[in-house]
Ligand binder design. Sequence first.
Ligand SMILES: Cc1ncc(COP(=O)(O)O)c(C=O)c1O
Length: 416
Amino acid sequence: MSLATQALDVEAVRRQFPALSLRIDGQPAVYLDNPAGTQVAQRVIDRLTEYWRTMNANQGGVFATSQRSDALLAKTRIMAAAFLNARSPAEIVFGPNMTTITFAVSRAIGRELKPGDEIVVSRLEHDANVAPWLALADQGIRVRVADITLPACMLDVESLKQQLTPRTRLVALTHASNAVGTIPPLRQVADLAHAAGAWFWVDAVHFGPHGAIDVQAIDCDFLVCSAYKFYGPHLGLLYGRQDLLERLRPFKVRPASDKGPGRWETGTQNHEGLAGMLGAFEYLAGLSPEGNGTPRAQLVAAMGRLGRYERFLVARLLEGLSRIPGVQIFGITDPAQLGERAPTVSISWPPHHPEDIARWLGEHQVFTTHGDHYAPGLMERLGLQDRGGTLRIGLAHYNRPSEVDLVLELLAGYRS
Ligand SMILES: Cc1ncc(COP(=O)(O)O)c(C=O)c1O
């Protein structure tokens, strides 16, 4: 047994996820669709049902269930701050999902911009980190796109530098590509953005389940992610520098408080979901080999442990795929560079159509995703937009090495 498998007891992990024992038509379900959403730990389910059973109420009431509910949501905010390494829970905003949060904040940022101002994005982005900025075109804001280098699909930092101008107000970049896994050099880009006088916005939706997010180390001004990608419920999360959250003007109803992060949380929140999100943080912290320490220290240790195991898995997947004739892998394949990618692998296998392969794998209860993965700019750059995009095999820390072997075996035997 290798060091990586020893470091994480995957069978003990799997016992905490009820959905992983699902069988369909007598066959075990194999979840390799993780970039589209992960399964949830029992701890998440327990927190959700506990909420409904013992504290279901609206906020701000002067009675027991409302006070319990408020206390639980405050706890979730503290843990979310630990998860992202925010300086204070006041820098954490909850929302329905990353896309909705980004549209809401981009509109508020738009109020500060002037015609002719510019925003820089990259070719790696999910469209949820492009369309909200493009929507500001109506008021004369221009979106410029930094290129990538091929074949590894890494951010072309020189191209990004060329997009920066005296009019750049914001640089919006992914923490990891949800299509090909690449992790760009965020700190370097933060420094470039700030030197140009721009804010730095990070989309950490795809990276969230794979490593410790650190808004202070990145030095970003905003960062968004989604709990349903890191083993929690369908919810989104925003980190915003406190002074910016206070300065920008959200679109909100008048009676709602205009103080603190709540001014960005329009309407009634998904309280039970937020209880579940707390369960996800608790589950992850529980993977820490340390056992004690601050929540942040536990989360960092846990994510490091899980990341090492995932790199072991993705190395096995990449090696196996490279031995199947005709399969083209997009993104980093060099074993020495696995720290610069998430364990999300996109392939193309002409003349097979990605959807046909995914359907065939699905008939064997092996779940993968296909298409453009909502990253149309990247698909266009790879020349795949009219070829059905890619087949995406997305690993998570609860996948077994034998599941990687199974998908490789099925692919090796695939005949359309
Ligand atoms: C990298 C990335 N950004 C943004 C999103 C959109 O997230 P949400 O579904 O929370 O709106 C996704 C969803 O797949 C994603 O993978």
